[in-house]
Design a binder for this molecule. Structure first.
Ligand code: ATP
Length: 208
């Protein structure tokens, strides 16, 4: 098993959002996170990627295993497409950006500054960054926002190739990505007022 999450609880803005989340993600597997707006998909991905602490529970892998791609593309506006990818490649110790450019059809845009890209092109660059991280688990938050149908197809191919080479992906999405994947519905794990109170009590007891 690549990743095992056990009895995880996480909060946003100090308020418990999810409790008792347990699932596994095997090497080669893509898992879709579903649930209504506000259920906590982003919160779960941020917790797994180490951007915020868990309230409780276990995550079998450390944050270094995850490449997180969020709503904000995190691009360097004045750098070109190629420079953006090289920036990340150097950080992650990757020596080639050509596969990333090709996977997201960015070759013809490689010399354009990021701030001059369209919304969908920016998103493609943000996703291409995943390929230069070399990280095993992609944690993706609504990765297809702004993408046209052809680009959703490129994204699906990239995820399939990543999984075929031993990686895995956890993807929060409301749309059909056009490939077979298991689904984890977070609705049953919504934190209740009682569970929120239990965390408050535990917090108070721990610090009194
Ligand atoms: N910065 C914040 N401070 C306080 N609460 C927040 C903050 N960001 C999000 N929340 C709240 O945390 C809860 C979980 O939000 P989250 O973004 O994880 O949900 P989501 O399932 O990803 O939603 P969506 O499908 O709309 O993207 C929501 O009730 C949201 O209003």
């Amino acid at each position: 098993m690549e990743l095992k999450v056990s009895d995880l609880a996480c909060a946003r803005g100090g308020i418990p959002v999810l409790t008792g989340v347990s699932f596994g993600l095997a090497s080669g597997q893509a898992l879709l996170l579903r649930g209504p707006n506000g259920i906590g998909k982003t919160t779960l991905l941020r917790t797994l990627a180490g951007l915020q602490p868990a309230l409780a529970g276990e995550i079998s892998l450390d944050r270094e295993a995850f490449a997180y791609a969020a709503h904000a593309d995190g691009l360097k506006a004045t750098l070109t497409v190629a420079e953006n990818l090289w920036f990340w490649a150097r950080i992650y110790g990757t020596r080639d950006i050509a596969p990333a450019l090709a996977a997201f059809n960015l070759e013809d845009l490689s010399e354009r500054q990021a701030h001059n890209l369209s919304a969908g092109q920016k998103r493609r660059l943000g996703l291409a960054r995943l390929l230069v991280t070399g990280r095993r688990i992609w944690a993706l938050d609504e990765p297809t926002v702004s993408l046209d149908a052809a680009s959703v197809g490129l994204f699906a191919q990239a995820v399939k190739a990543h999984c075929a080479s031993g990686g895995a992906a956890l993807i929060a999405t409301h749309i059909d990505l056009g490939f077979e994947a298991e689904v984890l519905d977070l609705t049953p794990f919504r934190a209740t007022a009682d569970s929120a109170r239990a965390f408050d009590d535990g917090f108070s007891e721990a610090f009194l």
